[in-house]
Ligand binder design. Structure first.
Ligand code: ZN
Ligand code: ZN
Ligand code: FE
Length: 764
């Protein structure tokens, strides 16, 4: 029986460009004897095929099963068309008009085949630091417009040589339409500059001289894929200290670039999941438990963890192969500013920090810091979302209006949503400097341009002083404020496609509440439309307000004052009280007694600070979360199930629903008592964590909601998260926490988008 030919037009959307999708379709179509064509369009990949029905059906199923490794199919639709009488299968020119929905891919770590070529003396790309193919190489950081084609990337400055061109045009080559395709003849090249921009060496010689300088303890600014790193020998205490001093960075841990997985295993404990993350194409910094080895203390002072990444681009592979030892690879920026991407700008901004500059002439279209991941409760949690992950969208369950979400202030990332996709920007950073704010505006404009989006409205934090809020209100768009902790809760719910109702435990350092006070230790019951604040910590005062963030001793004094009143100022045996001079105590006392410049807070982050200061773990912080980290580290390994006493009081308002207040007075007294009895710090720290877990569980039981969402910066604390998850599960609850999106304020934008979705939902 003769089967008649059918013809279908297939549209595939998702991350299907720049991953070798068309050559894959081409080979599959030829395999099955189909006729027609495939091309890239702004929406995705279009395939027009003509063949007997069975072949078409085979094609449609195999396309989804056998797709290239980095492709992500979000939708596959087809329509039947009248026969066209095609005679062969071909790859056609890209279309550039129409709705832009094809996803921009993140940068991908060097693939095994490219790596082999890199170290093969017989290969024409031997030791060439810009080797790539359709399975690997830069994407997001070189794209200037969609669809993803070479003229719309920063590679347009490098016309291909005949050899590269031939690979590029051959559908059977793994470099077929690899947009960044390049070789030593036609592609970008390295140069080594001194700190005045004078060329000291070029090409491979530049790389060799860089390695030599690093061996001698010099600080080198290295231009990578998504921006500059500052590198220095991680074994050299004096050199690392010099970098700290020049970068004005006292204790915040530096990330490390290690030569290999074996080297990582020597320096740290590496679980199979952590090994998988380290060697993945996303190649994030993974926080690993330190073991020993030759990495000096100044890399991460007092920290039992190290942030480790492995080479993920040919330049880093070559450099680390040459060195064979760990280097610090920290973002190439001045404290508080975004990462540098341009060599001239780097020379200006990093001159006082770096001795030398290893640069190249491939422009970086946009910055992408290294991502940071920590394995928590057996799953990876993205702490900083940038290279390798951004700009892949988070997919919502339902359509969002086209909105800009401005995010918050610290560790900020903005988002632009359209349809079911939420494009969360790469990590931008704290919004304190003009440079950071510029980067922020660029990033938002960039997403709108890439996808030709016309936002209808903007959502922002309630805090009127945040630059992000001011930016949002300055746009000529309808603007809505979303409460900070509600946004945290919705962010986590969106990630897990969770439906209301859910109890959200949102604990962080600071966020403006609906009552105008600083919240941060909240239990919110998220309902269909909005939320109720069902419980919170009993508020205490922060003498000096914002200054308390940098000085945990202030939180401690505020807490002691709430518990002991005036007697707190006499407790000189306690480290935070002893850390103030008589004169300072007098001023602070006036602030607390009169309630002037001493705002109240329910912040769990400040409670962590207070307890850390009480235990003498640090009276001042030089970076956010430092004291809380010290408390977590102090508690790790202590074997105790004990809790301190504490109490819930219920406040019933006039017409408001009852609110529970978690009183920490008894706990504070017990901690002070334990200190005075010389109970080991580790035991007190562990018991404090246990008490917090018990509080979370008790409110969950009182609220009676099975779904419990954990969000906010405090849940970067592994001990707190893991013990909470275990306690909730053990008592029949279903806990959810962040994995794809940061639990810190880097995840706020996603929650803001969700708030807009909820407001927008038609009543059915
Ligand atoms: Zn490759
Ligand atoms: Zn070439
Ligand atoms: Fe927050």
């Amino acid at each position: 029986m003769i089967e008649h030919d059918a013809r279908v037009l297939v549209t595939i959307t998702g991350a299907v460009q720049g991953v070798g999708f068309r050559p894959f379709v081409y080979r599959l179509a030829r395999d099955l004897g189909l006729r027609g064509w495939v091309n890239n369009s702004p929406r995705g990949v279009m395939i027009d095929i003509e063949a007997p029905d069975t072949q078409i059906r085979q094609f449609l199923s195999r396309v989804q099963v056998e797709k290239p490794p980095h492709a992500i199919i979000q939708s596959l639709d087809w329509q039947t068309l009248p026969p066209a009488g095609y005679t062969r299968f071909e790859i056609r020119e890209s279309e550039t008009d129409g709705v832009k929905t094809a996803l921009v891919l993140p940068d991908l770590g060097t693939c095994p085949e490219c790596l082999r070529e890199l170290f093969d003396p017989a290969n024409r790309r031997y030791r060439y630091p810009f080797t790539n193919c359709t399975h690997c190489g830069p994407r997001f950081t070189i794209i200037e417009a969609l669809p993803y084609d070479r003229p719309a990337t920063t590679m347009k400055h490098f016309p291909m040589c005949p050899d590269c061109q031939a690979e590029y045009e051959n559908p059977l080559d793994r470099r077929f339409h690899a947009q960044p395709n390049a070789c030593p003849t036609c592609g970008p090249q390295l140069a080594l500059w001194d700190n005045a921009g004078k060329v000291l060496a070029e090409r491979d010689d530049a790389l060799l001289k860089t390695a030599e300088a690093l061996r001698q303890g010099q600080i080198v600014a290295v231009k990578g894929v998504g921006g500059f790193h500052l590198m220095v020998d991680a074994r050299d205490e004096a050199a690392v200290r010099r970098l700290r001093q020049r970068k004005n960075r006292e204790d915040k841990p530096f990330a490390l670039l290690l030569p290999s997985l074996e080297a990582a295993k020597e320096a740290c404990d590496v679980s199979p999941l952590e090994a998988e993350l380290l060697t993945s194409p996303e190649a994030p910094i993974v926080l690993l438990k330190r073991r020993g080895g030759d990495i000096c203390e100044a890399v991460a002072p007092g920290n039992p963890y190290l942030g480790v990444m492995l080479p993920s681009n040919p330049l880093h592979h070559l450099l680390m192969h040459e060195l064979g030892f760990a280097v610090v690879a920290t973002s190439g920026n001045r404290s508080g500013e975004p990462i540098c991407i341009d060599e001239r700008e780097a020379l200006e901004r990093l001159r006082g920090i770096a001795d030398l500059f290893l640069i190249h002439n491939r422009p970086i279209a946009r910055h992408a810091d290294d991502s940071i991941v920590r394995v928590m409760a057996g799953r990876p949690q993205i702490v900083r979302r940038a290279r390798g992950y951004a700009p892949l969208p988070v997919l919502l369950e339902q359509d969002a209006p086209t909105v800009i979400a401005a995010g918050a202030h610290l560790k900020n990332a903005a988002a632009v949503a359209a349809g079911r996709q939420v494009f969360i920007s790469q990590h931008i950073g704290d919004m304190d400097t003009p440079e950071a704010f510029d980067a922020y505006r660029r990033v938002i404009a960039d997403f709108q341009d890439l996808y030709s989006l016309k936002p209808e409205r903007v959502v922002h934090d309630l805090h009127p002083d945040y630059r992000s809020t001011q930016y949002a209100r300055g746009l000529q768009l309808p603007a809505t404020g979303v409460q900070h902790h509600y946004a945290h809760a919705l962010s986590c719910m969106a990630e897990h496609h969770l439906h209301a109702p859910a109890l959200a435990v949102t604990w962080d350092g600071t966020g403006l509440g609906t009552d105008g006070t600083i919240w941060g230790g909240e239990w919110l019951l998220v309902n269909e439309r909005s939320f109720e604040r069902v419980a919170h910590f009993a508020p205490f005062r922060l003498p000096g307000g914002e200054q308390a963030v940098r000085e945990p001793r202030r939180s401690a004094l505020g807490l002691l004052y709430a518990v002991y009143g005036d007697a707190a100022f006499e407790m000189r045996d306690l480290p935070p009280v002893a850390a103030f001079s008589e004169a300072e105590l007098k001023v602070l006392r006036a602030m607390l007694e009169k309630g002037v410049n001493a705002p109240v807070t329910t912040s769990a982050g400040r409670l962590f600070d207070a307890v850390a200061a009480l235990l003498g773990l640090g009276q001042r912080s030089t970076f956010e979360g430092q004291a809380a980290m010290a408390l977590e580290f102090a508690a790790t390994g202590a074997e105790t199930d004990e809790c301190y006493p504490w109490r819930i009081t219920t406040i019933t308002g006039e017409d408001a629903p009852s609110e529970r207040m978690i009183e920490v007075g008894q706990m504070t007294e017990a901690i002070v008592e334990a200190m005075r009895c010389a109970v080991p710090t580790s035991e007190i720290a562990a018991q404090f964590h246990n008490t917090l877990v018990a509080m979370i569980l008790a409110v969950a039981q009182a609220a009676g909601e099975k779904q419990v969402v954990l969000s906010g910066g405090c849940f970067q604390n592994r001990l707190l998260l893991e013990r909470t998850v275990a306690a909730l599960r053990g008592n029949g609850f279903h806990p959810y926490w962040h994995e794809q999106v940061p639990t810190n304020d880097g995840g706020i934008a996603l929650g803001q988008v969700m708030a807009a979705v909820r407001e927008h939902q038609p009543c059915v």
